[in-house]
Design a protein around this ligand. Sequence first.
Ligand SMILES: Nc1ccn([C@@H]2O[C@H](COP(=O)(O)OP(=O)(O)OP(=O)(O)O)[C@@H](O)[C@H]2O)c(=O)n1
Ligand SMILES: [Mg+2]
Length: 498
Amino acid sequence: MNLVIETVFKRPNLFKLRCICALLTKTRTWKFHDLPVRHFSKLHKIDNVGFIHVRNFFLCRASSVTRTSKHLYLKPNLIIMKLDSPEFHSIFTPELNCLIDLFKKYNYELRIAGGAVRDLLDGKVPVDLDFATTATPAEMKEMFTKENIRMLNMNGEAHGTITARVNDKENFEITTLRIDVVTDGRKAEVEFTKDWMLDANRRDLTINSLFLDFEGQVYDYFNGIDDLKHHRIRFVGSAEQRIQEDYLRILRYFRFYGKIANDPDKHENETLDAIRNNAEGLKRISGERIWMEMKKILMGRYPAHIIQSMIQVGLGQYIGLPRANNFKELFSVCERTEGQNCHHMTRMSALLDDEVDVYTFHERNKLSNEELQLALFIVQHRGDAMGEDLMSYCTDLHSDSSGTEQKVISKIVELMKYCGHKKTAAEFPALKLPVLPVTGHDLTQRDVPRGPKIALTLNELRKIWKDSRYTLSKEELLDKIPEVLERIPDNLKKKRKK
Ligand SMILES: Nc1ccn([C@@H]2O[C@H](COP(=O)(O)OP(=O)(O)OP(=O)(O)O)[C@@H](O)[C@H]2O)c(=O)n1
Ligand SMILES: [Mg+2]
């Protein structure tokens, strides 16, 4: 297939354009089909819908020209490879086979898209499958209705997504091929298409722009297979443009870097520049979405290197880490927690210097209460003089901490992981912890007035019990009530009111 160039100029300057063509092919005919897109993207900028910009001149494209409205598109070289791995064969459930037959029957194309193709090529069984189709949402709805297949949650319809529940057993999310026509950095207005290349072209990374049919053929328009093979994370076309369509892609880039790259710190300068120039756009992204990505980065590969790179390109202030600079601590904690199955917050705490940092981070990322409490706990206790006998330190900490037994134990275990005390982290949960032998009920039986005095007395008794190394019996503790009560002022409530 020979590609003959057509040109569409904003400001026609044929001469300049021809010079560039000549540079590439030494003829006036461009032969894109045997050049990977990346090859010429150095000279040209490929924008969000596949235009090529040649040094400020609007361009062009060729072959079986695809037109939408007034534009012409570049048709990049399509690479097809065959996948025949056990992982690929493992995806075929009876429900999926049923879905495939249905789309065949109605003559619509259906392929697996995005992350699942990437994972299969990487030898992994994908967690979930995303599907792409040439059928429009209306056509899908008609087909599923005719075939008595239930559809769920119609919220995604405007963006082309229909969820079908097959055999009342398995859900399939199927999205119509689309072009993101207008984007505001978070969500897009879309136009449906039948062209697989255009759908690939709207996606974030080359490794996420692959399609897979059910014969095992992988369709690759943007060199995703080669990038995956060489552990490269690249945006499809222009990084700036891809980021500006959805600023969350900045974090997705770093997340996939942690998943795919095999060098902790080998980002392409061009990509980092685009991220640096667009970092501010993250302001518009909700804390929940940011935190979702951050959690995966923290638990992926090279978390310390990646988060350091993120802060160095200026993301800190937009992701709730305006003061973060203690990379030494981050590196140590990530190293110490390697293979420890630690909580993501344990690693994150390394970059939070104090409680103010924790609350700043919480404000941006809307942490769960469990995450917030864990970060506060680690920040408060990581500097404790823990002594030689760590089990004893943990037992005391347990006795001093409020909260349900299980929650306190898990916070202590995380603290031990943070500090690199692996043995204690593993053994502490199995330790039979001493239980305070007196309860609030025992105190009321001994005429301690109800109200705040009960809790205060219990606390005092707990301290006495701890000082005895948990040896005092119930009776011995109850005998201490009078002396404890003497230390608690009578006008407790009045004082509080003041
Ligand atoms: N901001 C985004 C989010 C998603 N996508 C596209 O939509 C696909 C599916 O998105 P998602 O399920 O969020 O990510 P996956 O790549 O499938 O990764 P994961 O394994 O985390 O699901 C991606 O592969 C990518 O092609 C995108 O282009 N830009
Ligand atoms: Mg996915």
